[in-house]
Structure formats: structure tokens, C-alpha cells
Design a protein. Sequence first.
Length: 554
Amino acid sequence: MMDSRKLLSGHPQVLILILLLHSARVRAQSQTPTLPEQSSPSVQQQAQQAYQKGMKLLGEKRYPEALSEFQAVERVAPNIPQGPSGQGIALALMGRTDEAVQKLARALEIDPSFWVARRELGIVEWHLGRKDEAVRELRQIVKDYPDDEAADSIIGQYEFEHQNYAQALAFFSKARAQVDTDSRLALMQACALLKTGAQNAADEALERLAARPGLAPDGSFQLAWLLGEAKLYKPAIQVFSSLPADYPDRFARNYGLALAYFEDGQYPKSIETLRDLQGRGITRPELFSLLGVAEEKAGQTRDAYDAFRQGILANPQDPQNYLNIATLASQHLNYDLAIQILAQGVERIPGSHDLVLSRGIAYTLKAQFTQAQQDYELAIQMAPDDPGSYVALGLSQLEQGNLKDAIGAFRKAGDLGSNDPRPYYFLAEALIQQGVEPETPSFQQASQATEAALSLDPNFAYAYLDRAKLALRAQEIDQAIRDLERARSLDPKSRTIAYLLAETYQRRGEKEKANSLFRTVKESSDSEARQFREDSLTQALIVMSNSDHTGFSK
């Protein structure tokens, strides 16, 4: 639902000014004015004295007086960069950022190697929101000064905002003091750790933040959301609950709390929190969506239907709660209701691909294949690059025994780069049903499809089953047994896997193992494959209905 990058975005003026002041007091002090050799000693002395006095005044936060001193440096020594550079720093600290940029750019015109001016120019550009220009300047700084914390922290923020999380972490690691003192940077670092899969490090960073006193309300909200994304639901509940009652975004605060309760399995509290929002006149579609799912999880199916219906009445042009009712109805095998509700949604929102595709799935589950075919063709016209439409179409054709067209649909889903292992499994299954022999193109395609499915999900029991079937056709009995044993360990209740494993043990002469399995399962079960296809279609409905209402990472 919420994007962590948006939660953590912003331009903290105080931080920028601190960086500039730190630069003026610590870094630029070492840059003593160096005049051309022909300059007289008195001119050199005047420039040096004015510069040092300006630096001292900056440290005392007497910016206008410091500016006067740096102007004096430029008057007596116009060919050195320290005068314009010092003016740029003072002007930035006075809030006159456009003038600051001009002065810092002037310092670089005089001496392009004067790194202090380049560094401050980058900081000021960042403050002005000219982020690309800022980072271009600061990247030159970190080439020579890789541990410059001000530059590293800004480049880290830039990489974070561009979703380059690994690079962001690399820069944040070199700006530890900045990250330790700035909660916003610490939140970015924790979020980047989550995005890169460093769960333990992210948990530790978030727990440190939760223990940090004096976190501002917005920072606390961002922390609570990240705790939820990290699946640390109880701490998330605590932080959401600690937000003040007058927190400006009441919906976000209470919705986040309800979502944390939901994910923690505290469905009654989630329902209570959402009902409170509803009582305050809030009618956003995701409120009813989460409320209905929580009601269903709490065993209150009728209340779940009511919540979804209220969501439709309050938001008739939003597809979410049409999908929710259809999913709930399909899970309870009430396909007529699912079709009815989805038809209403399509009539009101004819441009919704999800509604059209979902109605096609509901028709397939009800074995009304002609109507399903029409919806799938329309869904493909609406979103030709969506592999999900082709998967659903292929399953519908598979149910009708139309292996040739099903194979074509599953191939198309794979060609579109589906990240779901099931279309590859279904492609292999359809090819096997059609009949494949070793050293033929179709056998090779089936093998590649099973490998693709297993690369996406190494714990996909039915993909191991299909790979075993192919191995048996190639007379690779040992490989088949390894795959079937793995499949059985992943799905010990499958009669199909157990029966084929028993037959394979028998082929290898292991009669005791074979008979032991035969005693537990008398025959293979063709209904398992069909049930898996139906479950896959229902799961597709669940995925579409869940797309906007659950999960902190949305």
C-alpha cells in the first residue's frame, strides 16, 4: 500500500545547514589562501586574516559578518577561490541558496580542483532539490575523499531514492556518524537492509530505532511501517499505538495499526480498529477490503461479505471489493455469486483488466468454458503483456482436454517472462500428457520447463514429479527416485507422488519399499492434478484481490 521511499523522502534543511557548518569549521579551515607569487606580502596577509576571521565568524553563526570578511578576501585577492567559496558557504547558511550556488560556481571557475567549493556546491544543490547536479559534484569528491561523511550520506540518500539499495548501504556504511545522529537516514538504512534481504541486520537496526528516545511522530510512523514490513508485528503495534491521538494522518496511523494486528493474527483487534475508522466516516476501499478479510479470518463469513458490499457501495468505481467478494465466494465454491458480482464490476468499470480476467477464472471454475474463453480473449486484448491471462487461458483449455492450445498459452506466458513457476510446470504437464519421447524437441521443451519451474521455486513438489516422469521415460531410474523422494518429502499427502514412487521402487527391484508404499496408497489420483489446477485459479483470484489491502511492503 505505501512506498517506503515516499515515507522517508524529504529535504531536511537543518541537516544541510549542519553539514555546511561542519564543512566551514573543519574542512575549509585547512584551505589557507595561497596567492600568486607576485602578490605583495601585505595583500597576502590581508586575505589570510580576512579569511580566518570569516571562518571564525561562521563557527560563531555570525553569518552576515562572515560574508563581509569573505567579500573582503575576494576584493583583495580576486584570483583565489577562497573568497567566493567562503561567501557561498555563508550565503547558504543565511538561506540565500541561489546566490550561494553562483559564488561556489565562481570559486570552481577560478580553481576547478578546489574541492571545498565543489563539496559545498553539491550540498547546496541537494538542498535546492537539484539532486542529479548535486550528486554529480559529490561523486567527484568521494573519488579523492571516500570517507567524506557529508558526501557519502547524500549519495546514499540518492541511491536509496533510486531503489539502488545495495549502493545506498555502501555509502551509508561510510557515513556512520550521520546515520547514527539522523533518524531519517537510519530509517533509510533499515529499509535498504530489508530490501536487500539482510533481515537480521534490518531487525537490529529497527530495534535500535525503536529504543531511540525523542523520535518525531512522522519518524515513529515510518518506523512502525518498516517494523511491519520486517514482520516484527508486535513492536509495530507498540509504535503505532504510541503515536499521538492527534496524529495528522489518522487513517494511515489506524490502518497501519489494524494491518499490524491482522498480520499478528489478532483479528478481533484489527476489526475493532477498522470499525472505529469506519465510524469516523472514512470510506476508503482498502478499509473495507482489510476489514472483510479480517472478518473471514475470524470465522465471520457473513460479516466479511457485508464489509465487501459496503466497500462497493462506497466506492462503486474501484474494482477492489468486487474482486474481494468474488474471491471469497470462489473459496466457498459459490461460483454463481462470484460471476454475478464480477459482472456488475465489469459493467461499472469496463476498463478493469483484473475484473475481466477474474470473471473468466470464475467461469472456468464453474466449467462454463465458452464464456471463460471470451473473457480471456478480452483480457489479453486489454493487457497483451500480462502472462497471467495466458496462464488462466491455458488452464481453461487444459480442463477441456485441448492440449495443443493449452501448450501454446503456457508457452506464451513463459515467453512474457512470468516469475510464477506454475505456467512452466503446466507447460511440462501438458507436453507430458500429449506424449513426449527422449531426444525429441517436445521432450527437451518439457525438461526446460520443469527446470524453469524449479529455478523459481526449489520446493515445488509437482515440478519434481514431472521431472521424475521425464527421467522414467529416459530410463534414468535413479534420478527419478531422487526426484520422487524429494517430491514426497515436500508433499507427503500426495497419492500421485506416493504411487509413482512405489512403482519406481518396484522397477528398481526394491520390493519392500514398494510394497510399504503400496499399502498406504492403492492407486494414483488423477483428481489431484485437477484440484491443483483449480486451486491455482483460485489463488490467482486471491492474488488480485490482495493486491491493494494486505502487506506492509505494498
